[in-house]
Design a binder for this molecule. Structure first.
Ligand SMILES: O=C(O)C1=C[C@@H](OP(=O)(O)O)[C@@H](O)[C@H](O)C1
Ligand SMILES: C=C(OP(=O)(O)O)C(=O)O
Length: 419
């Protein structure tokens, strides 16, 4: 395999840009945003709140206006939509109803809804603490200080910070509880806010303060989604092939950048230069002892790599994955074991002992990253049938097409990049 794989824009950046553009005082342009289920849902939702969203070829133009209530937001299974928009809805002038896929109704929400209530927002959830619920917008937020436990999802912190500058008194958010997962994602929120002129103080660990003030518009090129690059780069590692992902940023807040280090530690050759990130499989694949709390969304691909490696792996710090698209720890253990693997769940992660694997149906539980992990396993294990591969549309519009093109590419990586 010798392929150049162009990965579409980052889900996490696209959905943050859509939210800050909706809250800004001027128009914005998002260049090459991700267009997938999660981001289309976000665009539709901000549109239903009164923001103009226009297509300009690959770009999105956003024209913010007064935020209005009276709408219903379909969150699908998108954590970013179900977490980032309820605080925005509190700024609208009426009720906004939120619901989503059946599994979305099980994903953690209660700590964020509690935080909103402590800020004076009325939320009607009939005591469930999950979707569906209604936020009774009153046209503004006073802000102040809010303390919450964000150990189940960093998105609770990001959600509150995103509206901080629109609070008349600004907003201080303090996390108190178990360890905060996905810290790069919170840093990404802080950086995106600073990009639009917000004043954010993050100098105290676990506390963030956003000053009140107007947000500027954006004109921004969206970085490729580094977490979505994972299955393609891992494919090079397991096939002794070569995959180049162009446009890999030299510096980024995306958690997926951790892949460079992980693939290197597991034995692949990894090099980042102006052409992009190049991964070449070496024929070696080592097990790994890894804390993935900062980049939990990489777990499915790394667990699949671990199952194909030459020694046991321990993945730690990822108990919160039980609240992701599916319970990812249970799903990975069940599906890898169905192929003949030897995977056990620990309190906060997975123990993966490599075993000879055989083909079977690999169930994906509406989880895009289970599907991409299954495709990766299929490169080495004959007869792996990935169920419902279309579920990858959550964050990749055409994963099957990209995968096929990668597998049939011949000598695509430019000689200069190989040297
Ligand atoms: O803010 C974001 O864009 C995200 C934060 C993380 O969520 P959790 O902290 O809930 O894991 C990550 O896993 C998710 O894919 C995207
Ligand atoms: C956890 C994920 O998504 P969400 O934004 O829905 O939380 C993910 O993409 O791995």
């Amino acid at each position: 395999m010798d392929a150049v794989v162009t990965v579409p824009g980052s889900k996490s950046l696209t959905n943050r840009y859509l939210v800050v553009a909706a809250l800004a005082a001027r128009d914005s342009r998002l260049r090459d945003p991700l267009r997938s289920r999660d981001t289309e849902l976000m665009a539709r939702a901000v549109g239903s709140l009164g923001v103009g969203v226009e297509d300009a070829e690959a770009d999105w133009i956003l024209r913010p206006g007064a935020l209005r209530g009276g709408s219903e937001v379909d969150c699908g299974l998108a954590g970013t939509v179900m977490r980032f928009l309820p605080p925005v809805a509190a700024l609208a002038d009426g009720d906004v109803r939120f619901d989503g896929d059946p599994r979305a109704r099980e994903r953690p929400m209660a700590d964020l809804l509690g935080a909103l209530r402590s800020l004076g927002v009325e939320v009607e959830d009939e005591g469930r603490g999950t979707l569906p619920f209604t936020v009774r917008g009153r046209g503004g937020l006073r802000g102040g200080t809010v303390v919450l436990d964000a150990s189940r999802s960093s998105q609770f912190v990001s959600a509150l910070l995103l509206v901080g500058s629109r609070c008349s008194q600004g907003l201080t958010v303090r996390h108190e509880g178990g360890p905060l997962p996905s810290r790069p994602h919170v840093q990404m929120t802080v950086e995106v806010l600073r990009d639009v002129g917000a004043v954010v103080d993050d100098s105290v660990e676990g506390t963030w303060h956003v000053e009140p003030g107007e947000l500027n518009g954006l004109d921004v090129q969206v970085e490729p989604d580094l977490s979505n690059a994972a299955p393609f780069l891992a494919a090079a590692a397991v096939t002794q092939g070569r995959v180049l992902v162009p446009g890999w940023p030299q510096s980024t807040t995306q958690a997926g950048d951790l892949l460079r280090d992980v693939l290197d530690q597991m034995g692949a050759d990894v090099s980042l230069d102006r052409d992009g990130l190049l991964v070449q499989g070496t024929g070696e694949l080592y097990g790994i002892d890894l804390d993935l709390r900062e980049a939990g969304e990489l777990t499915p691909v790394i667990a699949a790599l671990a199952a194909l490696s030459d020694s046991p792996s321990q993945l730690r710090g990822i108990g919160h994955l039980r609240g992701h698209e599916t319970d990812r720890l249970a799903a990975l253990a069940t599906e890898l074991n169905r192929l003949g693997g030897d995977v056990t769940e620990t309190e906060d992660g997975l123990l993966v002992r490599p075993r000879p694997l055989h083909g079977a149906v690999f169930e994906t539980y509406a989880d895009h990253r289970m599907a991409t992990a299954g495709a990766l396993l299929g490169l080495r294990v004959p007869g792996v049938l990935v169920a419902d591969v279309a579920t990858t549309r959550k964050t990749l519009p055409d994963f099957p097409g990209m995968w096929r093109r990668m597998l049939t590419a011949e000598g695509d990586v430019p000689a200069a990049a190989r040297a």
